[in-house]
Design a protein around this ligand. Structure first.
Ligand code: NI
Length: 157
């Protein structure tokens, strides 16, 4: 496995709408390796989520860190969401040293395909719901700074 290079804003690849994957794509040798590399890259960079366009692949694949470990999600779609939203601080590996407040749905249900090609559903709330919404935005070429208020740089300790 290897650590992948992360695309940094501004980059046209970060602004493109990514393509859905089909079952055949999952069987490709390079695909499982990409999932492993994305997981390793996310952990190495202290991220809690990473989307394929951030590593130069415009495909609908994200990895998110959950309490049970790294969860790869293929073709993720939000199937329902709470009316309630909340503001919280976000950052992004593609927008270094930048943070801002973003309003997200508190709770979501999401359909996706697992790395093994199985149809799955997840219900997420709080931070995990936020991370999934942030990563799915990446698949549509949206960065958190497009939605954030109070954008500020990190302060050195
Ligand atoms: Ni991000």
């Amino acid at each position: 496995m290897s650590i992948l290079k992360i695309k940094i804003n501004p980059d046209s690849g970060l602004r493109r709408k990514s393509q859905d994957l089909d079952k055949q794509d999952l069987r490709h040798d390079g695909f499982q390796e990409l999932i492993g590399d994305m997981a390793e890259t996310m952990i190495a960079k202290d991220g809690i989520g990473l989307a394929a366009p951030q590593v130069g692949e415009n495909i609908r694949l994200i990895v998110v860190n959950t309490k049970d470990g790294v969860l790869p999600m293929i073709n993720p779609v939000i199937s329902s969401k709470s009316l309630a939203k909340e503001w919280d601080e976000e950052g992004c590996l593609s927008v270094p040293n930048t943070f801002g407040q973003v309003k997200r749905h508190k709770k979501i249900r999401c359909k996706f395909i697992s790395a093994e090609g199985e149809a799955k559903r997840i219900e997420a709330k709080g931070l995990l719901a936020r991370v999934i919404q942030h990563e799915i935005d990446h698949l549509d070429g949206i960065l958190f700074i497009d939605k954030a208020k109070d954008i500020h740089e990190a302060h050195e300790l």
